[in-house]
Design a protein around this ligand. Structure first.
Ligand SMILES: Cc1cc2nc3c(=O)[nH]c(=O)nc-3n(C[C@H](O)[C@H](O)[C@H](O)COP(=O)(O)O)c2cc1C
Length: 348
C-alpha cells in the first residue's frame, strides 16, 4: 500500500484509535507504507498530519503498529519534511518555511483554514543542514521504538529532499548545490543518518524522478536519478520506491517508462513501482522484470481488502476524492465496505 496523507490526525500529530483501525483494515496489503509523517515541527505543511518527533506521537503510532501486526501486516513509517511547501501560519513562531533556496513555489499547502498559497521560503544556511539531517536520525529511532518494521525516506513529491535534488528548486552554490553529486548529498546524508539509527534493510527511499507536483522539475532527470540509483545501491537498503508518473493518476507515458527501466537496471536491490497501476499492468511489469513489487495507492483507499479482491477478480469500490484529505472523520476513511464474508476464501 502506497503512502497516503489523509489529514485525520488532529492538531497534535498524535495518531488515534481511528487511524489504527484504518491501517489494520488494510493489513493484508503485505507491506503498508504509512502516510507522510513530520520529522519535526518545522517539517509541517499539511494540517492534521501525524508527527514522529515526541513521546506522545511515538505512543500514538504504537497503537497503529500493534493493530497492524495483530492483523498480520507490516508497516513502514514514511518520513517527511515539506521544505518550502508550507506557510508561516503552520511554522513554529510564525517563521518562514525553509528550503535549499528562496524560490517561491506555485503551489498550495493545506492549513487548518483550508488551502493557502505557499510562502517564499528562507534559504537554509550551510550550518543548519546537519541539524536537519539529524531530524531524520531521531525520527528513524522513534519509528523503530514505536514498533514500525522500517522507515521510508520521502525524497520525492516536491518536498524538502526533492527540492535539494532538482535544479528548479536548488540554486545553491555550496556543497549542496550545483553538480549532481552535490545536489544528491543531502539525500545521501539523510540515508546515512537513518542507517545510524537502524540497519539499512529497514530503510527504503521514495523518489519521483519525473514528478512535477508542487512546482518542481529538473533539467536532466535521467542523469540525476541514474546517479541517485547508483549511489543508493551501495547501501543495500530495503528498497527503492519510484513514483513513475509526472502527476499521480496521469496517463503513463512511454518516455518515462524508458527512464524507469533504466533506473530499475541501475538500482541493485528491490525496486517498487507505483502510480497508475491496475492489476494487469502490475503483473505485466513484474513479468517483464521491470519491478519487484508494485505499490497501490488510491485503490487501497476504497478497498481495504484490495488483495482479496484482486485474488478473486471481484469488482473494486471507487474512491471518493472529496474525502481524501478531510481533516476529521471516519467518512471516506474507515467506512469503505469489505467483501461479504463468504467471498473471503473463494478462489477465482
Ligand atoms: C490522498 C493521497 C495522499 C497521498 N499522500 C502521499 C504521501 O503522504 N506520501 C507520498 O509519498 N505520496 C502520497 N501520495 C501519492 C501516492 O502514494 C501514490 O503515489 C499515488 O496515489 C499514485 O498511485 P496510485 O495510482 O496507485 O494511486 C498520495 C496520494 C493520494 C491520492
Amino acid at each position: 500500500m502506497a503512502p497516503m496523507t489523509r489529514c485525520r490526525t488532529g492538531r497534535t500529530g498524535v495518531p488515534t484509535a481511528m487511524n489504527a483501525e484504518y491501517y489494520a483494515q488494510r493489513a493484508s496489503a503485505g507491506l503498508i507504507i504509512s502516510e507522510a509523517t513530520n520529522v519535526s515541527p518545522e517539517a509541517l505543511g499539511f494540517a492534521f498530519t501525524p508527527g514522529i518527533y515526541n513521546d506522545e506521537q511515538e505512543g500514538g503510532w504504537r497503537q497503529v503498529t500493534d493493530a497492524v501486526h495483530a492483523a498480520g501486516g507490516k508497516i513502514f513509517c514514511q518520513l517527511w519534511h515539506v521544505g518550502r511547501i508550507s506557510h508561516s501560519s503552520m511554522q513554529p513562531n510564525g517563521m518562514l518555511p525553509v528550503a535549499p533556496s528562496a524560490v517561491k513555489p506555485d503551489a498550495r499547502c493545506f492549513t487548518e483554514n483550508g488551502f493557502k498559497s505557499c510562502a517564499t521560503p528562507r534559504a537554509l544556511e550551510l550550518e543548519e543542514i546537519p541539524g536537519l539531517i539529524e531530524q531524520f536520525f531521531h525520527a528513524t529511532k522513534r519509528a523503530r521504538q514505536a514498533g514500525f518494521d522500517g522507515v521510508e525516506i520521502l525524497a520525492g513529491g516536491g518536498y524538502l529532499i526533492d527540492q535539494f535534488l532538482k535544479d528548479k528548486t536548488n540554486r545553491r552554490t555550496d556543497d549542496y548545490g550545483g553538480s549532481i553529486p552535490n545536489r544528491s548529498r543531502f539525500l545521501i546524508e539523510v540515508v546515512e543518518a537513518a542507517i545510524k539509527a537502524w540497519s539499512p534493510d529497514h530503510i527504503g527511499v521514495r523518489i519521483s524522478p519525473v514528478g512535477t507536483v508542487n512546482d518542481i522539475d529538473d533539467s536532466n532527470p535521467e542523469e540525476l536519478f541514474s546517479h541517485v540509483a547508483e549511489q543508493l545501491s551501495a547501501y543495500e537498503l530495503a528498497y527503492l520506491h519510484v513514483m513513475e508518473n509526472t502527476v499521480p493518476g496521469s496517463p503513463r507515458e512511454d518516455t518515462y517508462d524508458l527512464l524507469m527501466e533504466k533506473l530499475r537496471k541501475l538500482y541493485k536491490g528491490v525496486y517498487i513501482g507505483n502510480s497508475g497501476y491496475d492489476l494487469k499492468l502490475a503483473i505485466n511489469r513484474q513479468q517483464d522484470n521491470l519491478a519487484d513489487l508494485i505499490a497501490f495507492g488510491r485503490p487501497f483507499i476504497a478497498n481495504p481488502d484490495l488483495v482479496q479482491r484482486f485474488k478473486i477478480g471481484a469488482a473494486l469500490n471507487e474512491p471518493d476524492n472529496s474525502t481524501f484529505y478531510d481533516g476529521g472523520g471516519s467518512v471516506g476513511y474507515t467506512d469503505y465496505p469489505f467483501l461479504p464474508n463468504d467471498s473471503v476464501w473463494s478462489t477465482g
